[in-house]
Design a binder for this molecule. Sequence first.
Ligand SMILES: NC(=O)c1ccc[n+]([C@@H]2O[C@H](COP(=O)([O-])OP(=O)(O)OC[C@H]3O[C@@H](n4cnc5c(N)ncnc54)[C@H](OP(=O)(O)O)[C@@H]3O)[C@@H](O)[C@H]2O)c1
Length: 291
Amino acid sequence: MKILIVGCNGQLGRDCQTAFGARHELMCLDLPEIDIANPDSIRTAMEQFAPEAVVNCAAYTRVDDAEKHPELCHRVNALGPQYLAQACEAIQARLFHISTDYVFDGLRPLGEVYTEDDTPSPLGVYGATKLAGERPVLAYARGTVLRTAWLYGATGPNFLLTMLRLARRQPPQPIRVVNDQHGTPTWSWRLALQIAHLLEVDAPGLYHATSQGSCTWFVLARRFLEAMGCSVEVVPITTAEYPTPARRPANSVLDNRNLKRAGLDVMIPWEEDLDAFVALNRESWLRRVQS
Ligand SMILES: NC(=O)c1ccc[n+]([C@@H]2O[C@H](COP(=O)([O-])OP(=O)(O)OC[C@H]3O[C@@H](n4cnc5c(N)ncnc54)[C@H](OP(=O)(O)O)[C@@H]3O)[C@@H](O)[C@H]2O)c1
């Protein structure tokens, strides 16, 4: 299949290149070669390559900066998918688009999860613009939206890389990490495999696509740093003790209900993926934070 990967230099984009590469013919684009906020730039790429499927990994992902730059965030996260959906419809290409758990306000009691039928209610600019971007994709008959969460990949930047940098400070200092936000860490490689699986079938519509299980940022940081062999102290704190420009959901645990019902869910427990990720990337990440 001819697949255009947009945002190919991001965490998910890079893993999609590897995950799809052997089986498909790929065109991989990112800024500045393509700007999804510019319909002409999308049209040029579509005319050149005439893809059968487009996988949109591009987004404005800086959740806190989004509060200061709502217009830019809206152009990329809301208008970008709209332009992509229009361009795909013109040539009847399939469109895969990635959204986020931050479309929910996270006010559900702990232990309860969000399914695809639950009504989103984003707390911040990032979540609101991502929600706006879902709509034109879902309105297109060949559009698929995958909502994922707490994504990390080898290239970063991401929460895990930040934790590792903090753990390597000299002299060592305890790391304070929020312990009252619950979600599901998801390896971008596993999500790329999930998309590769969906490429093989006809599966338009909305899907939650996170790893299995859930934890807090504190639990994630502690497990990751232990696996990396860092003996730094990790201290649990509350959201109130770590104010950020963007509010974040307290419980944004998603249930991959639609994937499971369709027999298409390839996601595995987050702990297994984290261990596999560390085994693969430990040495290169340690070198990276030393240099
Ligand atoms: N990261 C998470 O924790 C998380 C959680 C839930 C959902 N998601 C969603 O998952 C998807 C992939 O996330 P990710 O972490 O892989 O993102 P990422 O690493 O930030 O990669 C996004 C890529 O898109 C590019 N980009 C930004 N604006 C663009 C534009 N106007 N036109 C074309 N490319 C543009 C970025 O380039 P620059 O680097 O030059 O800006 C970057 O290469 C996104 O849709 C994101 O919203 C992410």
